[in-house]
Design a protein around this ligand. Structure first.
Ligand code: 3HC
Length: 309
């Protein structure tokens, strides 16, 4: 290990400054970031599937246009994040192989089905809302390319959250059938959204080191609590109830207490036993295979014209 460079790394992180691709960094820092950024990118790409399920059945041209824009944004988020991961020394092929082979994870939340149109609103409000709560601190991550990708993504994520909330509001203030559909979607998406923040702090192998490296700026439980506190008044404004009988304001803590999360379900989904794991990965592998001719044609064209492939 080149002397003096580790001190510089430690000083840079301690000073809340950025580590850039050409800087020396501990192997573990590089490996942790590569894995987290790749899995974050995979989550964006897989996340396109549950939402795209409703593009052809959106209830109006306006809702269809918004949903198409959102799904396209998710693809773009994936590309920013794969590019950030590539600065750590992995190729795009290696990253995608990590997803297709099952070696890498993607967010558990996308292994649940989108059963009705209201699910699109619940995903915008809850899933993108949780993503924002998790991603805003990542804008202050010590690794430059990741922090900068997050800054751009958070701006678009806010539009995703807002359109979801507004769509749910229309339903929850609509006919009794629409209202029931909105409540059913919130009932199904609430607990899986809390699982997006990761296992409890005392069962999170990565949190301590990621906090020391200032990759993670708050722990899983801290961000989960922040998200619950944000959602309670929003659910009241929607006129919908969150499916947790133990949810209540705790004056002493200055936060909402909430009920136990089903970590057995979380572990089952991470193991691949969620409702849609097979479908999501199967569709992803098929899309990659069907798109091979496009990649080959682009590489051939680049080769013929002396462009970087
Ligand atoms: N789904 C899948 N895997 C999860 C998970 C979840 N909800 N929560 C934790 N894990 C994995 C971790 O990746 C880690 O696995 P690994 O060691 O193989 O990488 C393991 O479970 C242990 O969890 P830890 O808490 O110890 O791991 P981390 O310190 O990495 O914390 C995390 C987990 C909070 C998810 C963190 O990785 C993170 O902040 N990642 C970036 C954010 C992200 O990936 N968000 C995806 C949300 S979806 C999205 O953004 C799309 C948007 O458009 C909706």
């Amino acid at each position: 290990r080149p002397d003096g460079l580790e001190d510089r790394f430690t000083r840079t992180v301690a000073a809340d400054e950025r580590i850039e691709p050409r800087d020396w960094m501990p192997d573990g820092y590089r490996a942790t970031l590569l894995r987290q950024i790749a899995q974050h990118a995979h989550s964006e790409i897989i996340g396109m599937q549950p939402e795209a399920n409703w593009i052809t059945r959106a209830p109006s041209l306006r809702r269809k246009a918004i949903l198409i824009a959102k799904v396209q944004d998710e693809a773009g988020h994936g590309l920013y994040l794969y590019s950030a991961a590539e600065t750590l020394g992995a190729s795009r092929d290696e990253l995608l192989d990590g997803l297709h082979s099952g070696r890498h994870k993607y967010s558990s939340i996308f292994n649940y089905p989108t059963l009705t149109w209201a699910d699109v609103g619940a995903i915008g409000w809850l899933v993108d809302g949780a993503a924002i709560t998790n991603q805003v601190p990542l804008c202050r991550c010590s690794y430059g390319p990741y922090a900068r990708a997050m800054t751009r993504i958070c701006k678009e994520e806010s539009f995703h959250q807002r359109q979801g909330y507004e769509s749910l509001y229309a339903l929850s203030h609509g006919t009794p059938a629409q209202r029931a559909m909105a409540q059913d979607a919130v009932d199904r998406w609430w607990w899986p959204s809390l699982m997006m923040f990761g296992p409890p702090d005392d069962e999170s192998p990565r949190t301590a080191q990621s906090m020391a490296w200032k990759i993670k700026r708050h722990t899983n439980d801290e961000l989960r609590q922040r998200f619950v506190d944000i959602c309670v008044p929003q659910a009241e404004a929607l006129g919908l109830t969150l499916p947790d009988p133990e949810l209540r304001w705790n004056e002493e803590r200055g936060h909402h207490d909430f009920g136990p999360i089903d970590w057995a379900e979380f572990r089952a989904v991470l193991r691949g036993d969620g409702p849609c794991n097979e479908q999501r990965i199967g569709l992803r592998r098929a899309a990659h295979a069907e798109g091979a001719w496009v990649r080959e044609a682009a590489a051939a064209y680049a080769g013929k014209h002396g462009l970087a492939a």
